[in-house]
Design a protein around this ligand. Sequence first.
Ligand code: URA
Ligand code: CA
Length: 433
Amino acid sequence: MRISDIIEKKRDGKELTEEEIRYFVNGYTDGAIPDYQASALLMAIYFRDMNETERAVLTSAMVESGDQIDLSAIDGTKVDKHSTGGVGDTTTLILAPWVASLGVPVAKMSGRGLGHTGGTLDKLESIPGFHIELSNDEFIELVNRNKLAVIGQSGNLTPADKKLYSLRDVTATVNSIPLIASSIMSKKIASGADAIVLDVKTGSGAFMKDLRDAEKLAHAMVSIGNRVGRKTMAVISNMSQPLGFAIGNALEIKEAIETLQGNGPDDLTELCLTLGSRMVLLAGKAESVDGAREMLIQNMHNGKAFAQFKKFLIAQGGDAKVADNPELLPAATWRIELPAKKSGYIDSIVADEIGKAAMLLGAGRASKESEIDLAVGIVLHKKIGDPVKEGESLLTLHTNSEDVDNVKQAIYQNITISDQPVQAPSLIYKTIE
Ligand code: URA
Ligand code: CA
């Protein structure tokens, strides 16, 4: 087999065989195929696309390029959830204890984030004492006992994806549905979940700005998951404005605690209920989506979801007093209000730009080496459609630096106020299974 023949075949729009796709992935991962030929094939895929069979084979080859996590020692159906980016997205922190409180085993591998705020691990580290250094045996034992544990990413998962993603980044081939879908799904599958619920975002804060592209990506990932034997479904949700009110690490932990107690923002609560009920259903703990939703609501009101969160913190060395007293979380020195410059209705809160503003305050990382400030961030007081009076606070900056004029300026440019009433956008567009 020759890679130049494979490139030519895809260039001419033909279907690649399983052998050809595996030859490419294995050869590129072990260095036998050089970057220039891999780049040419990626560009051919970008223009010619891949059919569902090719996409599933590409994903499997990427999964098999490295270690795979074996969760078979954990009882029950392990359901994972993945979100395609977003701003102020605290859903994992809420969903994990919430569905675990219904007996769904949650074995979560989490990473540190690049971008507006930290990843789930960074957020959890704002809880004093909490640690993610567990041995594999401890991790599995904890999930079997408590139904929930979080561990840091370790091992050599999907090296093919790491290499291919770096190459795509510099060859203008990131934005390709088969390449994005196989990249995301290979990581989820290698992490060992039996079933996967995908939260595909659309809007300014999302990877897929356009609803039609988000739908295509969702279909592509659901098809791959089901073809490789993992029950998979996707929800397409709106990310034109940040989710919930809080954007920042400790601030989002506080928001997660409030949501688990039934006092969270409406949009965040609704998205968690939508995704959570699918997770409970896929885990076989409910007969129907509506039944699963009822069970979740019950465990929010009777305190079981919140109790599960505390149990999880204690099991991993965290100070559970924080759950009852969020004022014990790291707090910023200054709180600065941003007053509305006119009266009217909130027309837009451009999610990715507000996320960048939070990063400027120190809530996120611009590069892997950046330090993160767990205390800082933004708390919105208004969402799209809300009425606002001139001088009323739009949001609070939580900051450890007094000089935030650049941040204020960036925010004012990205929150617009209309004289006419504005309809709040719908949150959930579609479910794909
Ligand atoms: N996220 C990923 O993990 N892979 C992609 O290709 C795009 C976004
Ligand atoms: Ca939030």
